[in-house]
Design a protein around this ligand. Structure first.
Ligand SMILES: [Cu+2]
Length: 185
């Protein structure tokens, strides 16, 4: 009886972990090759994309710009005076941790009013990721599963967030399975 309860708890844990870990986090390079700069239409850039919690926005910019995380009034009024967070130099990888609309502007005077502003609507990470055909590939550190030309390197010294998440997921699932087996034996 107690063992059955333990097994159920372990299975619940396993399901919880599997559901909680984002399966496919995506890195979006803001502005693509243009980066984070003035006179770029970030509204159009974001319009064709679906953002989910766990995804990252990668802002590429130099010291002539800033990245200010603001609220809707800061976004609409181009004011960074109440910025939640300010990054004074790039690149910045910003993790979209919460659902809702996230607002970003450049705090350098005149830049936000020259289109250097971005808002993205973030939805919860669904278990069934949309089969997006426009998902960008990660620039480096991606697993060599799809490349066939070059031999896969031995275990890399750098660990990408996605592979780190996969490792932690694997560890958690392994632990849960061990718990189930221990409970059933
Ligand atoms: Cu700027």
């Amino acid at each position: 009886m107690a063992r059955t309860c333990m097994a159920r708890a372990a299975v619940s844990l396993l399901l919880f972990v599997a559901a909680a870990v984002p399966i496919m986090a995506v890195d979006y390079t803001v502005g693509d090759s243009a980066g984070w700069t003035t006179n770029f239409d970030y509204t159009t850039w974001a319009s064709g994309k679906t953002f989910a919690t766990g995804d990252n926005l990668v802002f590429n910019f130099g010291s002539s710009h800033t990245l200010d995380v603001v609220d809707s009034s800061g976004y609409n009024g181009c004011s960074a005076s109440n910025a939640l967070t300010t990054f004074s130099t790039g690149p910045v990888t910003y993790n979209l941790k919460t659902t809702g609309t996230h607002y970003f502007i450049c705090g350098v005077p005149g830049h936000c009013s020259n289109d250097m502003k971005l808002s993205v609507a973030v939805s919860g990470s669904s278990s069934g990721s949309p089969p997006s055909s426009s998902a960008p590939t990660t620039p480096s550190g991606s697993p060599p599963s799809t490349t066939t030309g070059s031999p896969p390197p031995p275990s890399s010294t750098t660990t990408t967030p996605s592979s780190a998440a996969a490792i932690s997921l694997s560890t958690a699932l392994f632990g849960a399975v061990v718990a189930v087996l221990a409970a059933l034996s």
